[in-house]
Design a binder for this molecule. Structure first.
Ligand code: PHE
Length: 339
């Protein structure tokens, strides 16, 4: 038995010292030290030994195991080091190769414009509301006090899906939805896509964006509307910007106005951008018509409010001096990446 143990030790030493890779080493370890390994086999036979022999052989067996384990440890270390050295040799890092630049996307100028406008109104305590782009005639026209024969209802102007359903022509129907579902006070702005049967040219597109504003509370006046729009215009176009209101007509507001801002290029003296006017029209606004409040179950004797709506494309084109609306929809990255 003693001889068998010494034989195992010699064989293990000879075999392991020649091993250079981890897998062969592990296989060898199992063959000697594993559950069915040669050393384990010998130890199993110990029961057959006499009481005087057992401690001597037991001690030797332990020594042999420790030696094989130590040998295994040092070979394993060598093998690992060699593997690492080989890996480092292969994976040379050339720090002189130019880096690969990652293209970072950015927001579309229309999204930028919408978010900028939203920020201004959020700062004034408004909440953002949204509504469907496929809208009922009731929400898009009827509840907004639009007469039965108003030209905007014409098929020439509006895309009808059925007699009672249209692609919304304005964001104003969102007002109706919010007023019907939320008791005043209401302070919302509604950005979104709208549709009109227009032919595409430099200033028209059948799909465009509006931002609508609505405030309903007790004692809201035209003065509040003008103050709000002044503040908005100064925030968006610069501190020196002034606004002016021209009388106008919308079915859903009374009185109604078209609102101009002083030209952000010439500050009102007249230039190419404002076509010599000094002013640029940016939105429609007015005091919410009592019929609209009534249609939404709000008592016009108790509450009043104002509303305004503007085209996002027009505002963005003005600010960035873009002369053709089609550029905003063609999505040519060479154009878009400028903003
Ligand atoms: N909805 C109007 C339009 O599309 C704009 C508007 C909104 C006017 C709210 C007044 C009040 O032209």
């Amino acid at each position: 038995m003693e001889q068998r143990l010494r034989g195992i030790l010699e064989d293990a030493m000879a075999e392991m010292s020649g091993i250079t890779d981890g897998r062969t080493l592990e296989e060898a370890r199992v063959r000697y030290l594993g559950k069915k390994g040669r050393l384990t086999e010998v130890l199993r036979g110990m029961g057959a030994l006499g009481a005087d022999e057992r401690p001597v052989i037991g001690k030797l067996a332990n020594e042999v195991r420790e030696k094989i384990e130590a040998m295994f440890g040092s070979v394993a270390e060598k093998v690992e080091k060699a593997a690492l050295a080989e890996k480092l040799g292969k994976e040379k890092l050339d720090v002189t190769i130019p880096g690969r630049r990652r293209k970072i996307g950015k927001k579309h100028p229309l999204t930028q414009a919408i978010e900028e406008m939203e920020e201004i109104f959020i700062g004034l305590g408004y909440e953002i509301a949204e509504g469907p782009e496929i809208e009922t005639v009731y929400h898009n026209f009827d509840a907004l006090n639009t007469e039965e024969n108003h030209p905007s209802r014409d098929e020439q102007d509006t895309f009808y899906i059925s007699d009672n359903v249209v692609l919304r022509t304005q964001t104003s129907p969102v007002q109706i939805r919010v007023m019907k579902s939320t008791p005043p006070p209401i302070r919302i702005i509604c950005p979104g896509r709208v549709y009109r049967a227009d032919t595409v040219d430099a200033t028209h597109s059948p799909v465009f964006h509006q931002i609508e504003g609505l405030v309903i509370d007790k004692g809201v006046t035209m003065g509040d509307l003008i103050g709000t729009l002044r503040l908005f215009a100064k925030n968006l176009f610069g501190e020196k910007t002034e606004i002016r209101l021209r009388p106008h007509h919308f079915p859903f507001t009374e009185p109604s106005a078209e609102v101009d801002v002083s030209c952000w290029v010439c500050e009102g003296t007249g230039c190419r951008v404002c076509k010599g006017e000094g002013w640029i029209e940016i939105l429609g606004a007015g005091m919410v018509h009592p019929n609209v409040l009534k249609a939404c179950g709000i008592d016009p004797e108790e509450y009043s409010g104002f509303a305004f709506g503007m085209g996002v494309e027009r505002a963005a084109m003005g600010r960035h001096n873009i002369s053709d609306m089609r550029l905003l929809f063609e999505n040519d990255l060479r154009f878009l990446s400028q903003f």
